[in-house]
Design a protein around this ligand. Structure first.
Ligand code: UD1
Length: 364
């Protein structure tokens, strides 16, 4: 066994789509290890089917839990898999607990680690994903930075430029890979193009804080009232749980112009982005996807790791402030940003190719 790809969450499965196709083409010997951090059909297996990913060689079935417990369980189980399969390289995409566990268990066994999507920083030292990123970047032997900003962050932290490769972003590659399918996607709601805002919300710092969640729900309810826009909102399981705990789910569901859905597939999500008037999200991936698909995006965070989306005028950071959210919606209805060749900023759809080439050379 040459390489193991360790993943466990929905965004990580998406990051594999273009990568494994190029690995196959380049004859890299690899297997996928799934930690089971995500396990609902809509969050997990549906993505294997739609993205045509190979079955994992192992599913550790860890599931949900506190961070220490979840990461610790993954460390123990993934170590057993490494002992059995003896990979020479472990590849981890993204910044989830699954990625950290995959990398940490490997390096402790002397197995080299490659981090896909290295160098992203929010500057928030207590954010779970930031902790995972910093640790992973400082223990990896191969770091694949998706953007100039990410590349520079790594050099500023003193990581030798031998290890760091500016490759572009594998999620941008996906947009080219699936471009031809996008126009044929059936959307889950029957709404005119550009008549709705596509909403997603799942970050722990937003949904686990009851005051913030309440403010966000109020802000969402106001949008159809104040602007001629509907909302389409597929609800992440974590968010649904929190909304239900506070009796907010039914409030949102009953509100005028709001369509709540189950989590949607990857292509459906891209279709929703492409046809929406704007995106309102706290996801990282959706900020880029919107930017590349030329849909403006309002980000429900104070900072972003994808700084180029803001610098080019396609993304406004509003946090959870209802006033700022409303103002940003108004601004984007009235003023459209200048078109930009966003794909170029993310490696022109060739990130997976560059990553694969570097790995082939490294393994040799
Ligand atoms: C994780 C990642 C986050 C990523 C996100 C994408 C970490 C620290 N966070 O957060 O970076 O953006 O995935 O979704 O790794 N749940 C289900 N079914 C599932 C998965 C989760 O019901 O299939 C519920 C459970 O109630 C669980 C909660 O969601 O407690 C949170 O799950 P967690 O493992 O913390 O992942 P995310 O919040 O999705």
């Amino acid at each position: 066994m040459k390489a193991l790809l360790v993943v466990g969450t929905r965004p990580q499965l998406i990051k594999l789509a273009s990568l494994v196709k190029v690995f196959d083409r380049d004859n890299i010997e690899y297997e996928i290890v799934h930690t089971g951090q995500h396990y609902d059909y809509e969050m997990d297996y549906a993505f294997f089917e739609e993205l045509d990913l190979p079955e994992p060689v192992a599913n550790l079935k860890i599931g949900s839990g506190l961070h220490g417990w979840q990461t610790g369980m993954m460390l123990m189980k993934v170590e057993e898999v490494y002992q059995q399969l003896k990979p020479v390289l472990v590849i981890v995409p993204g910044d989830t607990n699954s990625a950290l566990a995959g990398g940490l268990a490997a390096i402790k066994m002397g197995i080299h680690v490659a981090h896909v999507e290295a160098g992203l920083r929010s500057g928030l030292p207590f954010m779970a994903e930031e902790i995972n990123r910093v640790m992973l970047d400082h223990l990896s032997q191969l770091l694949f930075a998706p953007t100039d900003a990410a590349y520079n962050n790594l050099l500023h932290e003193g990581i030798g430029n031998q290890a760091v490769h500016l490759t572009g972003d594998v999620m941008a590659d996906n947009l080219i890979l699936f471009e031809s399918k996008l126009d044929r996607v059936t959307l889950p709601v029957d709404l005119d193009s550009k008549s709705y805002v596509y909403v997603t919300l799942h970050r722990s710092e937003n949904v686990d804080d009851s005051e913030k969640l309440k403010a966000l729900v109020e802000a969402l309810i106001e949008i159809p009232k104040q602007h001629n826009l509907k909302l389409v909102f597929p609800v992440h399981p974590r968010t649904r749980k929190r909304l239900e705990e506070q009796d907010l789910y039914n409030k949102l569901n009953g509100a005028e112009g709001i369509h709540l859905l189950k989590p949607v597939s990857y292509l459906t999500s891209l279709g929703l982005v492409k046809n929406s008037a704007m995106v309102l999200t706290d996801s990282g991936g959706l900020q880029k996807e919107s930017f590349i698909l030329r849909t403006v995006v309002i980000t429900l965070r104070e900072v972003t790791e994808w700084v180029e989306t803001v610098q080019c005028g396609w993304n406004i950071l509003v946090g959870v402030d209802p006033f700022k959210i409303n103002e940003a919606v108004r601004q984007f209805i009235n003023v459209k940003p200048r078109p930009v060749d966003a794909l170029k900023l993310y490696g022109n759809g060739r990130a997976s190719e560059r990553i694969s080439k570097t790995i082939v050379e490294y393994l040799e």
